[in-house]
Ligand binder design. Structure first.
Ligand code: EAX
Length: 329
């Protein structure tokens, strides 16, 4: 029986280059950055995303993780890296992002969200999608909302139950004009700072306190930076857009773009759940490290004290836009 030449050739090739041929044609490696340590829910989500993308591209796309500001001093610098295409992927709080896509700052208003269910309703709906799509105007592809969490006030001076107890505290805030204004209105002395500088500034008592979700406090071990008082103020919800370089995204074949979008949304739900489910356990561990957790905070006192900023920013964020989020059911 005469074997046609072409199949003979391919049989010989499989025999010689079997493994090579089975190799994915063009593997590529992408870098995924964040400002927080590996055990923070950002990176548990990032790990899951990387594994799913590798699996779903049969190993064609490898994603390496760069936690703890390895690729930049803070989220603002790393977002610039995404914009320039130097960093492929970044999980960032909204902290400095208003400087890139101003509309995202609407999510930084205090006491905007009732609870996590309300958060998901808005972020996974048309309002959330529009805020993500606005980033395309600045060469950033915002794939999905991952989560930082509700932010809480911490300090080294004493237990804070009501806003009066916090007056005069010198605290670090993110590089975010809405947050700065909210804390000024509440009578504190806020100063903007990149996350990478905060631990030392707390240790050296340059600042008395800061505000962040439980997972950031826990993963950064702020009890070692003299942060002995943790008040559950939940004064603002902190979403974390999962960002991608638009250049890198658009250079992908269409099916890979769809895969990145779909997987980012899927992992977003997973990441939010692991963040929320772990909070109570982390609080208990913080207590075991000597942190005084104030649970019965008079949140209304903070709400009243911060409310003037709604009018202050009324020009950029009209009441109607704010209420569309607040009243979402
Ligand atoms: O995104 O800067 C901050 O306080 C952020 O919460 C932190 O970098 C995690």
């Amino acid at each position: 029986m005469k074997v046609p030449f072409r199949c003979l050739a391919s049989l010989i090739a499989v025999f010689f280059f079997g493994s090579a041929w089975a190799q994915p044609q063009d593997t590529r490696t992408m870098r995924l950055a964040s400002a927080v340590p590996m055990d923070h829910p950002y990176n548990i989500g990032a790990r899951k995303f990387a594994d799913l993308i590798k699996e779903r591209t049969n190993g064609r796309i490898e994603i390496k993780l760069y936690p703890s500001n390895q690729l930049g001093k803070g989220e603002r610098e790393m977002t610039e890296g995404v914009q320039q295409g130097a960093i492929d992927l970044l999980v960032s709080s909204t902290g400095p992002l208003g400087g890139f896509s101003p509309s995202i700052n609407i999510l930084d208003f205090p006491f905007l969200f009732r609870d996590f269910t309300h958060v998901d309703l808005v972020l996974d709906g048309p309002i959330g999608r529009k805020l993500l799509d606005d980033f395309e105007k600045v060469q950033i592809k915002a794939l999905a909302f991952w989560e930082n969490g509700f932010r809480h006030l911490t300090n080294n001076r004493g237990p804070v139950k009501k806003v009066e107890d916090a007056r005069g505290l010198k605290i670090r805030t993110m590089e975010n004009k809405v947050h700065l204004s909210a804390w000024k209105a509440a009578g504190l002395n806020p100063t903007p700072m990149a996350w990478g500088e905060v631990f030392t500034a707390l240790q050296q008592k340059v600042i008395d306190g800061q505000e962040n979700p439980i997972a950031v406090f826990h993963s950064s071990k702020l009890w070692d930076a003299a942060q002995k008082y943790f008040s559950l103020t939940a004064h603002v919800y902190s979403p974390s857009p999962f960002l991608m370089s638009q250049k890198v995204f658009e250079a992908l074949p269409v099916e890979d773009r769809e895969l990145f979008l779909k997987t980012a949304l899927e992992v977003g739900k997973f990441q939010r759940k692991i963040n929320r489910d772990a909070e109570e356990e982390k609080l208990l561990e913080m207590v075991s490290k000597g942190v005084h957790v104030v649970r019965d905070v008079d949140r209304e006192s903070f709400k009243q004290a911060m409310s003037p900023i709604y009018d202050q920013f009324g020009g950029q964020f009209p009441r109607a836009q704010i209420e569309a989020i607040m009243n979402a059911e």
